[in-house]
Design a binder for this molecule. Structure first.
Ligand SMILES: CC(C)(COP(=O)(O)OP(=O)(O)OC[C@H]1O[C@@H](n2cnc3c(N)ncnc32)[C@H](O)[C@@H]1OP(=O)(O)O)[C@@H](O)C(=O)NCCC(=O)NCCS
Length: 323
């Protein structure tokens, strides 16, 4: 028998304010056509004054609990991936724990920027297979609108806000690729590339700072590293491209998503795509896409899913799971 971390519930939350590409034309030298053709993004949600990372994460977690048929105190641990926690500390995860009304367990944040959700999934999986937790709430939540330089057209049109959550539960499997749950993970980082994508503020500057990105350099790394990490995780899981039902990629840019799928030999009709409606929501993008893919009927019980993501650090990775 092998312990597996199996998905029991999923949910998401998007803030109410929707901003179409055309709205940027009033303040920036840009166009709907440029944004659409270079990134695939058509619109994104932005937090209102009342929305924070922890508030959106809480609503997503409540939706995942409802989907799982569980109560907050059924959860042993919260692992929350974010680079935009409400405060420097405490963690957004402990704020969610409080907002959910959880009186036990433990909660912590994982910070791996856009790769945050695959890092969080991998950590949650480790907690479950090592017997430290039976049920883990894994959340990706971001308010990147709070770290945008609204005068920088090369970044502010690309990002959005939102949250998604999965409930993972320990179940016994046979130890084969036919098992439900997380089958394999692969994590990587290379700090030599830290200047390609970073925020120019923090404790050392006394400001929260703004996102800075050399987009074309990040792009250059993305397709190659994403296909490689996905293939490593698939090999560890003992599956091939033919076995994959859905790639659920980090949603940064449709051209990266298409390039990675092509390199992996998987057709676009087996890729869940939400970038047109959400923009790049960093650590929230994969759980948002999983939740939307499940709600739309694309992802079914037993489907084999590969998630992959890359972001600031650079940090990147992949998770193979059977729903
Ligand atoms: C950002 C990105 C969409 C830009 O597309 P690109 O084809 O690489 O474009 P470039 O950065 O080479 O810029 C081309 C031109 O468009 C201009 N441009 C940038 N943003 C623009 C905008 N919003 N509207 C109009 N023009 C814009 C640039 O200034 C540049 O002009 P120049 O040639 O006169 O200097 C693309 O590089 C990308 O998606 N990179 C990956 C980013 C990413 O996913 N990051 C997150 C990873 S988690």
């Amino acid at each position: 028998m092998t312990l597996r971390a199996v998905v029991r519930g999923v949910g998401h939350h998007l803030p109410a304010r929707v901003v179409e590409n055309a709205e940027f034309e009033a303040t920036l030298d840009t166009s709907d056509e440029w944004i659409r053709s270079r990134s695939g993004i058509e619109r994104r949600h932005f937090a209102t004054e009342d929305d924070t990372t922890s508030s959106m994460a809480t609503v997503a977690a409540q939706a995942a609990l409802a989907d799982a048929g569980l109560q907050p105190d059924d959860i042993d641990a919260i692992v929350l991936a974010t680079s935009t926690a409400d405060l420097t500390f405490p963690s957004a995860a402990t704020m969610v724990q409080d907002k959910l009304g959880m009186t036990g367990g433990f909660a912590f944040d994982v910070q791996a920027v856009c790769a945050g959700f695959v890092y969080a999934l991998s950590n949650a999986n480790a907690l479950i297979v090592s017997g430290q937790a039976k049920r883990v709430m894994v959340i990706g939540a971001e308010t990147f609108s709070k770290i945008m330089d609204w005068t920088d057209r090369s970044t502010c049109v690309l990002f959005g806000d939102g949250a998604g959550a999965l409930v993972l539960e320990a179940r016994e499997g046979d130890g084969t690729a036919a098992d439900r749950g997380i089958l394999a993970t692969d994590l990587n980082s290379d700090g030599r590339h830290r200047d390609l994508l970073y925020v120019d503020g923090g404790v050392s500057t006394g400001t929260s700072g703004y996102l800075r990105m050399q987009g074309n350099q990040v792009f250059r790394h993305a397709v190659e590293k994403l296909a490689a990490t996905a293939e490593t995780a698939m090999e560890r899981a003992g599956v091939t491209a033919d076995d994959v039902d859905w790639i659920v990629p980090h949603q940064a840019n449709i051209r990266i998503i298409q390039g990675t799928a092509k390199k992996m030999g998987i057709a676009m009709d087996r890729v869940v795509v939400t970038v047109q409606d959400h923009g790049n929501t960093s650590a929230a993008s994969i759980p948002l896409a999983l939740s939307v893919g499940r709600a739309s009927g694309q992802i079914k019980d037993g489907d084999l899913i590969v998630t992959e993501a890359i972001g600031g650090g650079l940090a990147w990775g992949a998770v193979v799971l059977r729903w």
